[in-house]
Design a protein. Structure first.
Lengths: 110, 119
């Protein structure tokens, strides 16, 4: 079983749609969680950290369920510029190592 | 915000030659830096953890003699791909965390990556 699993997609949605990505992780002792965005042939960039209580940043909402070892990202009112690969990332301890999921590709169409 | 500079952005080399990739933290100090590799349509895989002033820690399956890591200062780590072969062609990315901030809830800053093509 992979340490961090995501549905690779692709998700093809029209502009304005709401789309949700899911992610599961295997290490129950994982400390911190992130969603990164990666554009084609570029480095990943932090989209948002994921807090236990859930958190929102504009059109983006992240949720964490420690009991189920499940993380989600909700994007509302999708824009063309949201087209990218979204990486679920877990810090399994305090070592600083990050474990990346395979990524979920989103394509927003006009 | 924290910036990590990675150089070169891309490199093409002949099989059997060595390639050095630099990763610099521009406005913060990083005792620890990380090197990742990403093959097409795959996720980033951690290769090694670079520790300033000490030996790097390699992940299982990564050859330490092939991927030489040097972290000589708090702002610079280098990865040298020795005797490169076509199967080493990949996207190599470094990341670093600010000693003062840590990586807790703020994530880690990534370099812009190096696309290596070995012909």
């Amino acid at each position: 079983r992979k340490e961090v699993e995501q549905d690779p997609g692709p998700f093809n949605v029209p502009e304005g749609a709401t789309v949700a990505f899911n992610c599961t992780y295997s290490n129950s002792a994982s400390q911190s969680f992130f969603w990164y965005r990666q554009d084609c042939r570029k480095e990943p960039k932090l989209l948002m950290s994921v807090y236990s209580s859930g958190n929102e940043d504009g059109r983006f909402t992240a949720q964490l369920n420690r009991a189920s070892q499940y993380i989600s990202l909700l994007i509302r009112d999708s824009k063309l510029s949201d087209s990218a690969t979204y990486l679920c990332v877990v810090n399994p301890g305090n070592t600083g190592k990050l474990i990346f999921g395979q990524g979920t590709t989103l394509q927003v169409k006009p | 915000g924290a910036v990590v500079s990675q150089h070169p952005s891309w490199v093409i080399c002949k099989s059997g030659t060595s390639v050095k990739i630099e990763c610099r933290s521009l406005d913060f100090q990083a005792t620890t830096m990380f090197w990742y590799r990403q093959f097409p349509k795959q996720s980033l895989m951690l290769m090694a953890t670079s520790n300033e002033g000490s030996k790097a820690t390699y992940e299982q399956g990564v050859e330490k003699d092939k991927f030489l890591i040097n972290h000589a200062s708090l702002t610079l780590s280098t990865l040298t791909v020795t005797s490169a072969h076509p199967e080493d062609s990949s996207f190599y990315i470094c990341s670093a965390r600010d000693n003062l901030v840590g990586g807790g809830l703020y994530g880690y800053t990534f370099g812009s990556g190096t696309r290596l093509t070995v012909v």
